[in-house]
Design a binder for this molecule. Structure first.
Ligand code: ZN
Ligand code: ZN
Ligand code: ZN
Length: 430
């Protein structure tokens, strides 16, 4: 578990409560682990992972009733029943029309858990779910409306299987889930599900974090990615650190209601490289650059929405057109160019266009390594995707090199004995 004497809750100056180290930690050392208070497997991964323990394997057996939940064995099925029973009959009744959001599914499980679990859990040694910040008073109308929609969906899909309190208590709960919930990703950063890890949620944010959170099944593990001294506050990152300071703080303000004052945010050291402008004989004017940044931010947002309804080839076209336009002003290492390349790579992977994916990945990896901190899951997963693409395309030398790069980062972030690393080492042997 990691000894609780090694870390402690404290009042962090200007940041409210936080977590602090009581002894020093070496690079890669485990600070603590936290079992999920509650969790839910994402709908798209059904059948690939066990609904109960999140193990990824072939030949899982399905729930005989709804045929929608999959398990390693009878033990996992039994273990999951207190949560699965919230959905099993409802999924049968609604069939194709059963579509609550993942937030609604997770929140239903929190309510069910709170009914049966009245004592403090192993996941709440430093912070309890009840203590979660809601920031309800700071929500704008758009956010309030989203919560109202979630409450309506909860009533719609869970009223038969779950008894819950009045709407005002539900508003608070949904607001708490929105700023304290976690998403669980696999080694390639594909979304696996959502979960609540109260002790992990106690950590404050920094854009130069000294720990990284990874997952072993449904357990969160927190490891040092910088040397930590006794008395140091423990910081994780809440957001993708690729983007420049202003973008990061827009995101933090919008989702978590604060502005970051870390070293990176005050020095803006990496912003220049992140916003690299092409070196032309006739350099673009300040206004041209400003307009292009505005265009870039819009296209990022446009693509995010388009993902839900456009075809893969339409999405690729958005990527290519926007890169062509931005390429007149931005270097290829500019984060807005990288963002679109990353999206294009994702579409290629989805379409099983391995050469296309590889082409984008090769362009992304070097600037990625420069923009992200030394130990980053984004960089590790990019090396891993590249390595697997090379191996699949019979390019063994490049594949071996890339997979080893991924392992180097993952040994620190995930711990050397993580099953992901064991699997990659097997891929290296073949
Ligand atoms: Zn299982
Ligand atoms: Zn079922
Ligand atoms: Zn910061």
């Amino acid at each position: 578990m990691g000894l609780s004497e090694d870390i402690e809750r404290f009042e962090s100056c200007g940041k409210g409560r936080g977590l602090r180290a009581r002894r020093s930690f070496q690079l890669g050392e485990l600070l603590f682990s936290c079992p999920a208070y509650t969790y839910v497997l994402t709908v798209n991964e059904r059948g690939n992972h066990c609904d109960y323990c999140f193990t990824r394997k072939e030949g899982l057996s399905k729930c005989g009733k709804c045929k929608q939940a999959f398990y390693c064995n009878v033990e996992c099925q039994k273990g999951d029943w207190p949560m699965h029973k919230l959905e099993c009959s409802s999924m049968c009744a609604y069939g194709q029309n059963w579509n609550p959001s993942e937030t609604v599914r997770l929140t239903a499980r929190i309510i069910a858990k709170q009914k049966t679990q009245t004592e403090r859990t192993q996941a709440e040694r430093f912070l309890t779910v009840k203590e979660f910040e809601s920031h309800l008073d700071k929500l704008d109308n758009e956010k309030k409306e989203l919560i109202e929609n979630d409450i309506a969906a909860l009533h719609h899909y869970y009223s038969k299987s779950l008894h819950y309190s009045d709407n005002s208590a539900l508003e608070v709960l949904f607001a708490q889930v929105n700023c304290n919930g976690f998403t669980i990703e696999d080694e390639e950063l594909s979304h696996l599900g959502s979960a609540v890890f109260p002790d992990v949620a106690l950590m404050n944010h920094s854009c130069c974090p000294n720990v990284i959170v990874t997952y072993k099944g449904t357990i969160a593990e927190v490891r040092a990615v910088q040397e930590i001294n006794a008395g140091d506050e423990i910081f994780t990152s809440y957001i993708d650190l690729l983007y420049p300071t202003e973008d990061r703080n827009d995101r933090l303000k919008d989702s978590y209601f604060f502005t970051c004052d870390c070293k990176e945010c005050s020095t803006k050291q990496k912003d220049g490289a992140k916003m690299e402008i092409r070196k032309l004989n006739d350099p673009p004017s300040a206004q041209t650059v400003k307009d292009m940044v505005k265009y870039a931010r819009n296209v990022v947002e446009e693509f995010r929405r388009a993902k839900h309804y456009k075809t893969p080839s339409e999405l690729l076209e958005i990527c290519e057109l926007s890169m062509e336009k931005m390429g007149a002003v931005f270097e290829e290492s500019n984060v807005y160019m990288l963002h679109m390349m990353y999206q294009a790579m994702g579409v290629c992977l989805y379409m099983q266009d391995w050469e296309g994916a590889l082409k984008y990945g090769q362009k992304i990896i070097k600037p990625y390594s420069k923009h992200y901190p030394a130990y980053s899951l984004n960089v590790a997963s990019m090396w891993l995707k590249l390595g697997r693409l090379y191996m699949g395309l019979e390019k063994k030398t490049a594949g071996t090199k890339a997979l080893k790069k991924a392992i180097n980062i993952m040994e620190i972030a995930h711990g050397a004995d993580h099953h992901y690393i064991t699997e990659i080492k097997k891929e290296l042997e073949h």
